[in-house]
Write a protein that binds this ligand. Structure first.
Ligand SMILES: Nc1ncnc2c1ncn2[C@@H]1O[C@H](COP(=O)(O)OP(=O)(O)OP(=O)(O)O)[C@@H](O)[C@H]1O
Ligand SMILES: O=P(O)(O)OC[C@H]1O[C@H](OP(=O)(O)OP(=O)(O)O)[C@H](O)[C@@H]1O
Length: 231
């Protein structure tokens, strides 16, 4: 059986992902020319490589079109319901670190925790005639964190496809849930992270789609061992 590994074809994870595979002794060669989106692995005839974007990789892991992938934990947990049932996080790769956080305007002086935010959300309709609006592209993680973990039900999600940090200033939302690494975009937009508002500490992971045909395939474990040996 041929196993497919999906690697980032572009973006911030591409180079670090290739470096790990090189250190693991897994040499990838493009099929066709350098711009090709398929690859082979030297000496591993039963493995092929698909080059996709980080978010495509999490989707393809979820539907089992690929066997392994390198992508951000945030994209997997946001993209897949019951992520741990559908995929296995085989290794954390030590790059692509970023936190998914809840951030509010710095001028909300009385709001430092999720409990404070819960109080704001309860009063919001009475005060402003509408629900608290949260700008995010992380719908699933936001709902899990607010509703299931913190029992906050009174809010509305405003889908953001970019420049999420600008939403409170532009008036399209009151607060945000977004990814941050250095924190400079939050600071530039006068937003602060709640003290217990880190939803997920994400990094690039080597992820396996849980598939029945992996159970007796020795190449599956060999690949996982090789990647782990490079860390
Ligand atoms: N400062 C950051 N901002 C956004 N994402 C970051 C940051 N630092 C690390 N990441 C991680 O990088 C991953 C996304 O990578 P990237 O933005 O390169 O993907 P992409 O190629 O743009 O994918 P797509 O186009 O499909 O969205 C996510 O898992 C995210 O957690
Ligand atoms: O904490 P910081 O280091 O300031 O990084 C956070 C910012 O980086 C990302 O955007 P990016 O400009 O990379 O574009 P993207 O949303 O397309 O990834 C992310 O969406 C934040 O806006």
């Amino acid at each position: 059986m041929t196993l497919t590994i999906a690697l980032p074809s572009k973006g911030r994870m591409k180079d670090d992902a290739s470096a790990i595979f090189e250190r693991a002794g897994i040499r990838i060669t493009a099929v066709g020319n350098d711009r090709s989106y398929r690859g082979r692995v030297e000496g591993w005839d039963d493995v092929e490589v698909a080059f996709l974007s980080a978010s495509e990789i999490s989707r393809e892991l979820g539907n089992g079109t690929v066997d392994f992938g390198v992508t951000g934990e945030d994209l997997v947990r946001e993209g897949l319901a019951d992520a741990d049932k559908r995929v296995e996080f085989c290794a954390r790769l030590g790059f692509g670190h970023a936190n998914v956080v809840v951030a509010v305007p710095e001028i909300w002086l009385d709001v430092d925790t999720m409990a404070d935010l819960g109080d704001v959300a309860s009063d919001f309709r009475a005060r402003h005639g509408r629900r608290l609006a949260i700008a995010t592209k992380y719908w699933r993680l936001t709902q899990q964190f607010f509703s299931s973990q913190h029992g906050i039900q009174l809010y509305r999600i405003v889908e953001s496809l970019g420049a999420t940090e600008g939403a409170p200033a532009s008036g399209s939302a009151d607060i945000i849930v977004d990814i941050t690494s250095t924190g400079s975009t939050l600071r530039a937009n006068n937003l602060k992270i709640l003290s217990d508002g880190v939803i997920l500490r994400s990094e690039a992971c080597f992820v396996r789609a849980r598939k029945e045909n992996h159970v007796n395939d020795p190449t599956v474990q060999r690949l996982v061992d090789a990647v782990r040996s490079a860390l």
